[in-house]
Design a protein around this ligand. Sequence first.
Ligand SMILES: C[S@@+](CC[C@H](N)C(=O)[O-])C[C@H]1O[C@@H](n2cnc3c(N)ncnc32)[C@H](O)[C@@H]1O
Length: 281
Amino acid sequence: MAKEMNSIAGKLPEMDIYAQRLAVSNPLIEPIVRSAIQALQLPLGSRGLDAGCGIGLQALLLAEAVGPTGHVTGLDLSPQLLAYAREIAEKAGLSERISFQQGDVNRLPFDADTFDWVWSSNCAGYHPAEPLPMLRELTRVVKPGGSVAILAWSSQQLLPGYPLLEARLNATTAGIAPFVKGKRPELHFLRALGWFREMGLEEPTAQTFAGDVRAPLSDDMRSALVALLEMRWPGVQSEVTPEDWAEFQRLCQPESPDFILDLPDYYAFFTYSMFRGKVAK
Ligand SMILES: C[S@@+](CC[C@H](N)C(=O)[O-])C[C@H]1O[C@@H](n2cnc3c(N)ncnc32)[C@H](O)[C@@H]1O
């Protein structure tokens, strides 16, 4: 699938930068998402919703998990991202099992009890939306006994040997995103068990999945990491010292002679955390 995605990104030169980065970084993220989906044990033949599906890469994996008799609906606010999602699902031969619909996760265009499960990745807890209205909506559209699962990026070590620089980059607006300085601590993604309790979701669970990568990097993996470095700390220049900015440029610019991905012993890891609960019967 990783190769497929990069070739898809290459074939869509008009793809906007955001969509392109989602596609190119996928080889890094896909194994983690696969593990998380596997942990959910989605029933074969079940019907689910991918809320905030982006270009639909995870909808493909969800559709694989529920098999040919199952169905996934991908929903996103952005018609542009959905257009890419439809094209990618078609190229993957899964368009029969996945449909895409434009809509707002805070006001889902579905009746109550429509789905067997709902999945949402890197969406709940993202500024400016408050997580609870979204979670209430996700809960509303799932049948009693069905599951609600949310997943998000939760940590990383991408700059081996530079823990202080990485810590200072992480202490910026981009570094703590989607959390926002001044926001109530209960709204941080890692407090989602409290959100689930508030929604009355039963048997709430939390699980963290790690992904890692080491040199030598394949071309796909290198491209994925370049995209990840670009996405991880955007706009930090005004929040770090000139020395840290220069060091960041030296290590994280692909054209730099000291580009960190060129280290012969490069090693990095990152985590995603998933929270899941069941809708009361
Ligand atoms: C960070 S991306 C994550 C995409 C995908 N779920 C993933 O993990 O790769 C967040 C997605 O949520 C969508 N989104 C943001 N706010 C939304 C809303 N209120 N309703 C529906 N989609 C929304 C964005 O358009 C974007 O595609």
